[in-house]
Design a protein around this ligand. Sequence first.
Ligand code: XMP
Length: 520
Amino acid sequence: MSLDITLNKILIIDFGSQFTQLIARRIRELGVFSEIVSHKKIKSKDIDNSTKGIILSGGPLNVYEIKKYSFDKKIIQKGKPILGICFGHQILSKLNGGKVKQSKHREFGLANIIKKKDSLLTKNFFNKKKFTKVWMSHADQVSKLPKNFNIIASSQNSRFAIVENNSKKFYGVQFHPEVTHTENGKKIISNFLFLICQIKRNWTSKEQKRKLIDDIKNQVGKNKVICALSGGVDSSVVAQLMNKAIGKKLFCIFVNTGLLRKNEEKQVLKTFKKKLKINLIYVNAEKEFIKKLTNIYDPEKKRKIIGNLFIKIFERYSKKIKNVKFLAQGTLYPDLIESKSVTGSQTSKIKSHHNVGGLPKKMKLKLVEPLKFLFKDEVRKLGLELNLGKEIISRHPFPGPGLAIRMPGSITKEKINILKEADHYFIQALKEHKLYHKIWQAYAALLPVKTVGVMGDNRTYEYLCLLRAITSEDGMTADFYDFKKSFIQEISNKIVNSIRGINRVVYDITSKPPSTIELE
Ligand code: XMP
């Protein structure tokens, strides 16, 4: 990755740890810009004055098999403060003349470490009894300390749990200060940043906003930019940021697929056109989408049809705007980090995701990706800084293919209308009971089965509505939300009594895995 940001930063060299992104987030939470680079790509010549310190991440590699991987060893001679974490600690020791071998006792999970010596790195880290609990996850360990290194703390199984070479400002920790299980782990990171690297705080939402707007102006100049607006968090933040930077040179295209939540198109128009005064082209493509989706039963086919039609419509309308040079999209940092594949094997495809991003290659537009250095939580904070309002910023995620994948089987206008109502009642009830923000994502789905019921003296034969509400960190894994019986009863009654077409409600209690969050 090119280091195209000139802010002072902490460089994180990734060796494939599952926690590398956490290191970056912890640093940014402390108000400092951090950048992740792969150990395979970064060369000592790339490291300039803007790098105030380096962190070597953990990883699944073995230091004694050093020939198997590439790493520019001159990096450690650049005179920068370095903190090695787990594998990073081991490689730092090895490159300074120490030894690393397989531990007799592997350490996974919590361990107690005890202080042996004072260090800037551990200021206010230990408790009064000079102990603290840390999270270990290693099979190898440093077996011989390099010359001029001191032991700062030890655990029962790791004599060299924290070490330092004070004059070179090299520090190594065998545990993971970036995970929340390590008591006070953030203290290690903040001491490294502020006491050792002496970097200044430079990463607040206000600062990001100013810098990103400047960057957009520099990149785009007087040219026109198009942007696909979905009303979701990322595309909304991109649109508002671009609007602040280039105003009427921005053309947002909002495609109403007919598969949005109830009244969503009205809300998008109200917020972006009326309130924020963004140049917005509204395309009502409801009929086109329903026509293409009629009698399509296969989930993958549905997704493909929706993705392709979306691109076709987007192209059709963007061609009407003359002399467009750029396409703005909401790529986030985790999508970009090239080092995420250091250890990664290609995971098998579960579903083909459709996003408003990644469009449209054929048009040969240059990309503007203002959020490409941000994590999702940073995007949310930036959105608030841009006056987007909590209503937009803390919305549950909504998939690109919309209600189509919450309606297994063929799609009809009648089914869409029934589903919109059920979903609306469910989300309203969550808001009224102050549950909405406790839940990561919630929705109603309409199953393609009819069952028998009785209402008054009449037999009914109507659809089955499924409710799903989950807790999650990032959508990769999820658990169902444990509602009180009274709530689930109330919402079930409300849906069945208010919506013609549904006479039975079920609540989905499967986790992900083995299920996915969406039904298709
Ligand atoms: P699954 O169903 O794969 O969903 O467990 C994980 C998260 O991704 C969302 N999702 C999508 N988002 N385009 C999107 O932008 C898509 O095609 C898509 N499919 C699923 C889903 O809502 C959940 O938050």
